[in-house]
Design a protein around this ligand. Sequence first.
Ligand code: PNS
Length: 163
Amino acid sequence: MNEPRVLRALCPGSFDPVTNGHLDVFTRAAAQFDEVVVAVFINTAKASLFTVEERMELLRETTAHIPNLRVASFHGLVVDFCRANDVHVIVKGLRAVSDFDYELQMAQANYKLAEVETFFVSTSPTYGYLSSSLVKEIARHGGDISGWVPPIVESAIRERVHA
Ligand code: PNS
């Protein structure tokens, strides 16, 4: 008899660093799929506040309570990671209409390249405006970011930006 197919979803991103908005998407994806892989895209062309290893560690610590989630990293095309890891579905959060054009383009390209489907989760309104960039910007200027990122991420950002 054939082994039952594991429904594995991928949440790819920069996660520089992970926010409560990302965690909302991971939690909801983990409730729908057998396994969720959260993968940090290694992008040497983009400046980041945290190294890939640091971002992965923050992800591991903040998702430790989700048993069917694991953290990975990848470079190159996301569809190649999907092929290598038997992933057929990408899960992304949609915060607002402004996310849609770019996300639709990527979803269509990924389907064309490898028939990888993209499912969108409507981000909780609480986190609709939230992004890693905004959190970093506010922290750099000494603003309050508690409530937008988990406490260990807040400490890591504060240490890095010395605010
Ligand atoms: O958190 P981000 O920076 O918005 O994530 C963007 C990411 C990493 C999901 C996207 O850039 C991506 O999938 N990059 C991998 C390279 C690739 O496959 N590009 C073509 C996508 S159609």
